[in-house]
Write a protein of this length. Sequence first.
Length: 456
Amino acid sequence: MSPNPMSETVASLLPRARTELAELVAFKSVADFEQFPRSESEGAANWVADALRAEGFQDVALLDTPDGTQSVYGFLPGPEGAPTVLLYAHYDVQPPLDESAWQSPPFELTERNGRWYGRGAADCKGGLIMHLLALRALKANGGVPVGVKVIAEGSEEQGTGGLERYAEEHPELLRADTIVIGDTGNFRVGLPTVTSSLRGMTLVRVAVDALEGNLHSGQFGGAAPDALAALVRVLDSLRAQDGSTTVDGLASDGVWEGLQYPEDDFRKDAKVLDGVELIGSGTIADRLWAQPAVTVLGIDCPPVVGATPSVHAHARALVSLRVPPGVDAGQATKLLMAHLESRTPWGARVRVEQVGQGQPFRADTESPAYAAMAEAMSVAYPGEEMQYAGQGGSIPLCNTLATLYPEAEILLIGLSEPEAQIHAVNESVSPEELERLSLTEALFLQNYATSTPTTN
């Protein structure tokens, strides 16, 4: 990294950033209060609020959003006439899954092989630390040249839409000239990347009932309809022979024109076992960023240990469908629900309930903010040019903000590169990426202040 005052400042602040990330990771802030205490999420929210107050933010507030969680807001005034930038991240995290599969405790930040491991280290508590680190570096080098709003969401991983609805009810709160979403990541470590599109998502719960109660499989099996078998069959109907997603009425032939993802790199990043085929058709980028993708997230059925010889009366599953830009998530939800209902065999009773939904997003990469970001990334990543990539994940707030503030420029960066293994066991963050992206954000805010002298 080229030596300059800003980069030297960021490097000097990195030990403090590690300490703070460890404090934040220690909160088990999973916004599913049936699994983890609400107090853990509240503790993380208060930590963020205290950090903003310590940096001089005004109007710091814990916002009670309609889904029963809290988002944290703060405003740091800028020089007169300066533009306003909204910085976003979320402090809630995915559950740790099988804690015994972690090489170190999931809620204890642990350094190993040059990376920092812990749930939320990259997605997205690291994003909050990135914002703080960038602002501190600016303060040490002449001050923050723009007005800054920070919003830290408390339920992004649940997809329950609390912050989206709150923003719609308070449309002036998050208004800004440009918005930096710190919840994506570089295409690979060391390659500066902005995410130009996101798939939307819908989440449904499907329940199948076939009998009043379980029956002895020896006495009734072979004629009695099995709800679990019916569920397996309807879930299998969501994929073609090659594994492509097949929801009746939903197009699945999208093509990605931008940065491509070599198959060998994808197999390595995804840790696909030797001899196991990839699924779907088209390029890897097509499948990840331009086509729908269905995933069965969970099934309620008896575990193997303790199972009895029974024909099952009831079964249910949680199904996720990712949809690319150009597809309305609401329409995709209707198609998915109709598919599940129509494909359930043997006249079994089926109930499909929508659990969550978020629209896809496509950025305007021709806007001036992207030029300012490209310049910043060229300094933070010497010898590399900014790349544009899609992301298969969803950030429902993006489309809400784009609708509320159509003139605002929206950029997506972050720490969730492939090695981070977000949502999986042993999630981690690269401290080098944290350093470079914090420098990137600081330089971006400087560049943007110079190129955009007016305020919203």
